[in-house]
Design a protein around this ligand. Structure first.
Ligand code: PLP
Length: 262
């Protein structure tokens, strides 16, 4: 039996000891938040200017809910089939958790995977953000299919700065053209750019690629399109991304552990 009274639902960051189970997950969450803060300070940025997006693909609803009790609210998924039932479970169970601060305290979901045109409707209906916009036709469908009673879908354009034909994302030039088109779509709100550069162990190479993404961000701003999100940096390169201006880092394995392939 636990003689301790329950922790007040309003507490900003419940201490790890107050949540049962998953101590390793909570430790890793704290460690990633520390890495972000440390990286921000190292390049004279404010830690609050960078937000953590927890990439929960391949991990279950319980892992998401555990991080939610620890203050995490923003989650990302890449595979629709896996995401939809997980999101429904999280939605139902989060409503019951004492850590939820109010009725309006909800989890925010980002879609970050490749989008087939026959899958746009469920994405438009269930997600808050889509970061992997790379074609006008897909953006158009998402705008048309976004339900009227929901807020506009928040979107980022995915940019490929590595020039690899096999990688997702549009070229920097295409990104500017696409940004202009997306910014006029009624049910989409363009928030910024997202990129997954080719992995490299060389920090100089990482920074060069992230700088190229930031340049695209700057060019869209220079078009007079108000955007605020530079989504770049993952488990292995978030420090370099933060030094190049990332406002949102997408972290999976450093939080949840290694993903089993397949
Ligand atoms: C899986 C994934 C991530 C997280 O990668 P980690 O290396 O596990 O942190 C980030 N962004 C996208 C688009 C992903 O698909």
């Amino acid at each position: 039996m636990n003689p301790q009274p329950p922790v007040a639902a309003s507490s900003e960051q419940p201490s790890p000891a107050a949540t049962d189970g998953h101590p390793a997950l909570l430790d890793r969450h704290s460690a990633v938040l520390s890495r972000i803060a440390e990286a921000a300070r190292a390049c004279d940025r404010k830690p609050e200017a960078i937000d953590l997006l927890a990439v929960s693909k391949t991990f279950d609803a319980e892992a998401v809910l555990t991080l939610a009790t620890h203050g995490q609210r923003r989650f990302a998924e890449s595979y629709l089939q896996e995401a939809l039932p997980k999101m429904a479970t999280c939605h139902d169970q989060w409503a019951e958790r004492p850590s939820r601060r109010s009725a309006g305290d909800r989890l925010e979901w980002h879609f970050i995977g490749p989008i087939q045109s026959n899958k746009t409707r469920p994405i438009a209906e269930h997600f808050d953000w889509v970061e992997s916009i790379e074609r006008e036709k897909i953006a158009q469908r998402l705008s048309e299919q976004r339900p009227a009673q929901l807020a506009p879908l928040q979107v980022c354009i995915q940019v490929n700065v590595s020039g690899e034909a096999s990688k997702s994302g549009c070229s920097p030039d295409e990104a500017i053209t696409l940004a202009r088109a997306v910014s006029t779509m009624p049910r989409l709100q363009l928030r910024g750019v997202m990129a997954i550069p080719a992995p490299s162990d060389d920090v100089a190479v990482q920074r060069e690629q992230f700088a190229a993404v930031r340049e695209v961000f700057g060019k869209i701003l220079a078009e007079g399109i108000a955007i605020d999100t530079l989504s770049m940096g993952m488990s292995s390169d978030l420090e370099a991304a933060i030094c190049e201006g990332a406002t949102l880092v997408r972290v999976g394995s450093a939080l949840f552990g290694a993903r089993t392939p397949g």
